[in-house]
Design a protein around this ligand. Structure first.
Ligand code: GAR
Length: 194
């Protein structure tokens, strides 16, 4: 059984999709959720699912302790599912090639510091982009610049708002993110085009 660690800051719909997918396909389980917001919805998911969680605070963050706790889970992958901080370099070095992120646009467009959630969808709409999508990529020391694993696209409609575009993007995320994780774990049950 593979062990996954999820870092998330928000509602946690991607975390939910990953948990549910691997309940149906029991090759992996979420062993730890790391969150930087004590009131984030993803913590309700952790509690309901009885998944251990760790709340981190930028002022008191102790990277060595976090790494120790992460290592004790022996993760096959560390999954950033809407985590809004830049991951400290020490954590990236401790888990080489094991950290992946999902971004709600077609990188290299609309990425970088401050580009998350509705800020990204706003930027896409303001730039009058005709399509947007998702990017799942490896994480390195530079924001949103690691090697791309998969991109999936959707149309941006003329009357789209950040909320309506976010909904379409979330559908793509919930479908592809668990399947890409499964693919990276090396035991795909479906064939996907990457
Ligand atoms: C997702 O759309 C994800 O792509 C985005 O945050 C959202 C989290 O939603 N991540 C970023 O913007 C990272 N730059 P969720 O809490 O419902 O899973």
């Amino acid at each position: 059984m593979h062990s996954l660690i999820i870092f998330a800051s928000g509602t946690g719909t991607n975390t939910r999709a990953i948990i549910d997918y691997f309940k149906r396909n029991a090759i992996a389980k979420v062993a730890l959720i790391v969150c930087n917001k004590p009131d984030a919805g993803v913590l309700d998911i952790a509690m309901n699912e009885e998944i251990p969680f760790l709340i981190v605070d930028k002022k008191t963050i102790h990277e060595t302790l976090i790494i120790d706790q992460m290592e004790s889970c022996k993760p096959s992958l560390v999954v950033l599912a809407g985590f809004l901080w830049k991951i400290p370099d020490s954590i990236i070095k401790a888990f080489p090639n094991k950290i992946i992120n999902i971004h709600p646009a077609l990188l290299p467009l609309h990425g970088g510091k401050g580009m998350y959630g509705h800020h990204v969808h706003n930027a896409v709409i303001n730039a009058k982009q005709q399509e947007s999508g998702i990017t799942i990529h490896h994480v390195n020391e530079v924001y949103d610049s690691g090697d791309i694993i998969l991109q999936a696209r959707c149309k941006v409609l003329e009357n789209d708002t950040p909320a309506s575009l976010a909904e379409r993007i979330h559908h793509l995320e919930h479908f592809y993110f668990p399947r890409v994780i499964e693919f990276l774990l090396g035991t795909p049950t479906v064939s996907i085009d990457v």
